[in-house]
Design a protein around this ligand. Structure first.
Ligand code: SIN
Length: 342
């Protein structure tokens, strides 16, 4: 071996050693580097920090960073600051972000099964939704999309939906001809067509401006979303209908999740479970509180329906169930209805 080759080998060996010190080499140092590695969880969402989802995301961050100091950092981006829901579905599947809580209605193009949550008047209240989500059929939905890049860790509630419009809507006929903003969901599209409206799929972050400019006339949402995004400033009437549900699949990228050390993964799953109980037990109260604040603003009028008027809305949208029953699965609908006393 020449002197030059000896020098080259020595230089390569030294560089390899230096690289090992900096980034860790081989199986023996993998454990050490994993335990000293800081895992960053980017968690964008579209609602305000004050909403049930906003509060739950912040609580997850707080607990995760307190229990695993220096091992995990959770970056929460509220109010569509980083991206809208459609983009976050793609970003999670590609591993560009690590965690989402996207409205179940927006998984429409990934699975028809989540359309169960959009069937109008299927669930009477959040408690009914929760009983279904906690049932064996409901729990199976958490892993429905693992192959598509979404591992569900829990369901978080927002609330029940109500209609808002340019005039009081007491009867389904009052909705005729109105342009309604809806989430990306074919069930919601069929629901609006059933009451004679004109459905427009639109990201959440664009709704306020669309109402303000008259690009749309009407919309449906929960009191926390209506309150925090100030829809009540640009929508003169709301009708209390409780006709649908807004809730979220809290999901992580399965490959990222598998890459976490076992103790960290188990600990974070425990935290999600705790936050799920915490947020879901407060959602109904936040909805009631936000309704009172909207009333107190004096900026809009809240219409309450008689039971006959409510029945007319229910009857008008009932045919939507049959349109989607085979796609969703009749056994899933039956499970959701199993405690229905109507
Ligand atoms: C959300 O609550 O995350 C948004 C719901 C919507 O798009 O209306």
């Amino acid at each position: 071996m020449t002197h030059a080759s000896r020098c080259l080998l020595q230089t390569l060996a030294l560089s390899w050693l230096a690289a090992c010190v900096l980034v860790g080499c081989g199986a023996a140092t993998d454990d050490a580097s994993n335990s000293s590695r800081v895992y960053v969880i980017k968690f964008p969402h579209v609602t305000a920090p004050s909403t049930p989802k906003g509060q739950a995301a912040n609580r997850f961050k707080e607990l995760a960073e307190a229990r695993f100091p220096g091992r995990v950092e959770v970056e929460v981006y509220p109010s569509s600051q980083l991206m809208n829901d459609d983009d976050s579905l793609e970003a999670l599947a590609f591993g560009e972000i690590q965690m989402i809580a996207v409205s179940l209605s927006k998984f429409d193009r990934l699975t028809p099964k989540f359309q169960i949550f959009d069937l109008p008047f299927l669930f009477t209240d959040l408690a009914a939704v929760e009983r279904f989500q906690g049932s064996p059929t409901g729990k199976l939905l958490l892993t429905e999309l693992v192959d598509r890049g979404f591992l569900g860790l829990g369901f978080w509630h927002n609330g029940m939906k109500h209609f808002g419009g340019p005039h009081p809507m007491r009867q389904p006929e009052d909705a005729e001809g109105l342009k309604f903003r809806i989430m990306e969901s074919d069930v919601l599209q069929a629901q609006i067509l059933a009451i004679g409206g004109n459905p427009q799929k639109m990201p959440y972050g664009e709704v306020y401006h669309a109402l303000q400019t008259g690009a749309i006339d009407a919309q449906e949402n929960t009191w926390p979303n209506i309150y925090s995004t100030k829809f009540y400033e640009v929508q003169p009437y709301f009708t209390i209908t409780n006709h649908g549900y807004v809730g979220y699949l809290v999901a992580v990228n399965p490959r990222f999740w598998e890459s976490l050390p076992d103790d960290l993964r188990a600990g974070l799953e425990e935290i999600v479970a705790e936050v799920t109980v915490w947020t879901n037990s407060r959602a109904a109260a936040i909805n009631a509180d936000n309704l009172e604040r909207i009333k107190a603003s004096g900026r809009t009028e809240i219409v309450s329906l008689t039971s006959e008027e409510l029945t007319a809305w229910r009857d008008a949208v009932q045919p939507v169930w049959e349109l989607f029953a085979d796609d969703i699965g009749r056994e899933i609908i039956a499970a959701a209805r199993s405690d229905d006393k109507r």
